[in-house]
Design a protein around this ligand. Structure first.
Ligand SMILES: C[S@@+](CC[C@H](N)C(=O)[O-])C[C@H]1O[C@@H](n2cnc3c(N)ncnc32)[C@H](O)[C@@H]1O
Length: 217
């Protein structure tokens, strides 16, 4: 299920990852500010599962409003970065694969899922939805967001033989290159995907990012 090179890339990128959120682009910053506010409002007062929490950038944001958060990531290096941050509610981190988490049914009443969907194979998204529905209390809110394909700045995508999943080359600051799994979704596909997660309460598309507020069921 995992794409090893993508996971390795995030392991090696951990120390420089948060710079992605301070890119000097007013359009991006404006859209991100909307996402920050939307996610905080959606998950206010909740016991949150932050799946693929990475360096804890969103964990910290959400902690300003949440009751508690458990962050899960497969990479220890990203969790080391996450542990360095200060949080405003009880937070703990667990190193695990999102497909094999150690949680009980109904343990959380909110889900945060930022920038993971694009790094999953399309055929793995439904199995993840099943896991999520087992862990998150029915009727709880989920905030999901990810990148749009911005043609002017994205290099050509590399498709697999069946033209199902796409990949791209990403370069770290030290010049090392990785071929990472990166899928992009149009609105119709997201509506189809989220059908199995529960109810879509809001689906928004900006230039750079899309976001969804769901009621998990
Ligand atoms: C683009 S980063 C997003 C991090 C964080 N959610 C954010 O928005 O800043 C993707 C993260 O997913 C993690 N990841 C990828 N596949 C995973 C898996 N199968 N299980 C757990 N974490 C995974 C990577 O280690 C990386 O930290």
């Amino acid at each position: 299920m995992n794409h090893d090179e993508t996971i390795k890339y995030y392991q090696m990128r951990a120390g420089e990852y948060d710079k992605v959120y301070s890119r000097d682009n007013p359009g991006r910053q404006e859209e991100l500010a909307e996402l920050y506010s939307l996610s905080r409002g959606t998950l206010k007062g909740r016991h949150i599962l932050d799946l693929a929490c990475g360096t804890g950038f969103w964990t910290r944001l959400i902690s300003e409003e949440a009751a508690s958060i458990v962050g899960v990531d497969i990479n220890q290096a990203t969790l080391v970065e996450a542990e360095k941050k200060t949080y405003h509610c009880p937070v703990r981190f667990i190193q695990a694969d999102v497909f094999h988490t150690p949680f009980n049914a109904g343990e959380f009443d909110g889900l945060l899922l930022t920038y993971l969907l694009s790094h999953l194979k399309r055929q793995d998204i439904d199995p993840l939805a099943q896991k999520i529905r087992n862990i998150i209390k029915p009727g709880s809110p989920a905030f999901v967001c990810d990148n749009n394909l911005v043609c002017e700045i994205e290099p050509d995508l590399i498709w697999d033989d069946d033209h199902i999943n796409s990949y791209k080359i990403r370069r770290l600051e030290n010049g090392n290159e990785y071929r990472i799994l990166k899928n992009y979704f149009e609105k119709d596909e997201l509506i189809e995907i989220f059908r199995t997660w529960g109810m879509i309460e809001k689906l928004s598309f900006g230039t750079y990012y899309w976001s969804a507020i769901l009621k998990v069921q």
